[in-house]
Design a protein around this ligand. Structure first.
Ligand SMILES: [Zn+2]
Ligand SMILES: [Zn+2]
Length: 230
């Protein structure tokens, strides 16, 4: 057995090792005179060079090459300090100012936001956070949501108990905790009962209400609210 292993090793060893050779194929060199091989050689080795050139191109040049999306970026560029030809399209440091071209407004003004240039040109492109519903806008905010949601919305407006935050400055889906005040008569130490809950809990389909009004409220809360004998 040992002899056979040695012989087998000798059978393959004499071939000069080349990184791009593989069993059953001719070794291919970019410098080969064959038209077939030189054709292959001219595209593959050039690809990284082209990618490098692309990384260095300006945002303006990149937009020119990217059809409608490029036009949209040019339209949304709103930076006061630089032009689209003063940043590279892959710049991952500069936070530029952009202005939504799809109609988002805040207090009647076109919505603007800051974003890295590379974030807008890379394959998973970041769009306007207002259009995506991530930030409050005139068309998408908690106050608007309440106004569009009948009696239940009015109840939320009534229960809003944040002294320093306006309902139009948060999104209906935010997980931020806000203070609410019971509108159904729960009191604690003679004052209307308040509690904290994420906005999302109040606007999602399984709407959470005042914990004091909940028949399943914990006993210590019921005691605090005077709903059962202390
Ligand atoms: Zn938008
Ligand atoms: Zn209550």
């Amino acid at each position: 057995m040992r002899v056979m292993v040695v012989m087998a090793a000798r059978c393959v060893a004499p071939v000069t090792p080349m990184r791009w050779s593989r069993p059953g194929a001719l070794a291919r060199r970019p410098s080969s005179a064959s038209p077939l091989l030189s054709g292959r050689g001219s595209t593959k080795p050039c690809a990284p060079v082209r990618a490098q050139y692309k990384r260095g191109m300006t945002l303006g040049e990149w937009c020119d090459e990217n059809g409608e999306y490029g036009d949209k970026l040019m339209e949304e560029w709103y930076d006061p300090d630089r032009t689209v030809d003063e940043v590279t399209r892959g710049n991952n440091i500069y936070r530029a100012l952009w202005r939504c071209s799809a109609g988002c407004t805040v207090d009647g003004e076109q919505f603007t936001w800051e974003a890295l240039v590379c974030g807008r040109t890379r394959p998973n492109r970041q769009g306007c956070p207002g259009c995506a519903g991530h930030v409050p806008t005139d068309a998408h905010n908690l106050l608007k949501w309440c106004q569009d949601n009948g009696e239940y919305g009015q109840k939320l407006i009534e229960e809003w108990a944040e002294p320093d935050v306006n309902m139009k400055d948060v999104t209906p889906g935010t997980k931020k905790k806000m203070t609410w005040r019971c509108s159904a008569g729960c009191t604690e130490d003679g004052q209307p009962f308040t509690w904290e809950a994420p906005v999302q809990h109040r606007t999602s389909s399984d709407r959470h209400g005042c914990p004091g009004c909940n028949p399943a409220a914990p006993i210590d809360l019921k005691k605090r609210l005077g709903k059962i004998a202390r």
